[in-house]
Design a protein. Sequence first.
Length: 160
Amino acid sequence: MTIKVGDRIPNVTLYQMTENGPAPISTNDVFKGRKVVLFALPGAYTPTCSAKHLPGFVAKAGEIKAKGVDTIACLSVNDAFVMGAWGKDQKVGDKVLMLADGSGELTKALGLELDLTPRGMGVRSDRYAMIVDDGVVKMLNREAAGAFEVSSAEKVLQAL
C-alpha cells in the first residue's frame, strides 16, 4: 500500500554519514515537530539524480527554508558511505540531509519502491518529493516511470 496525503511517516531507522562514520537516525528524529521536505531518488551518482534532482534542492535550499521548512532531506536506497560521498561531491554542506535507506526499509514501508532488477540495480526508491509536517504527509508528488517533472525543487517551492 502506498503512503498518501494525511498518512503518518512510519518510524524506521535510516543512516547518515557523520565524521565518525555511519550513524543511525530514526524517522521520528527527522520528522517529529518539524516541517520537512523529503525527496527520494533511485540512486546516488545516477544521471538525472546527479545532474538535476539533488542539485536543484541544493540550489533552492535557501528559498525552500525561507518558506518555513526546517529540513530538506534526500533519501536513496544506498548505504551511508555512498550518500556521504555523493553529498560531498555535490557540495551539499548543511543544505540537504543525506539519508541512507540501505535496506529499503522506509521505501518499502511507504510503498514507493522501484524494481530496477532488470537493469542490474535491484529494488530502489521511486522518484518523488513530499512535504511532511510533524510526521504527516501534506503533499506527495510521485514521478511516472522515467520522468522528472513533479518532484523538482521548483515544484516543491510552488506547493509551499
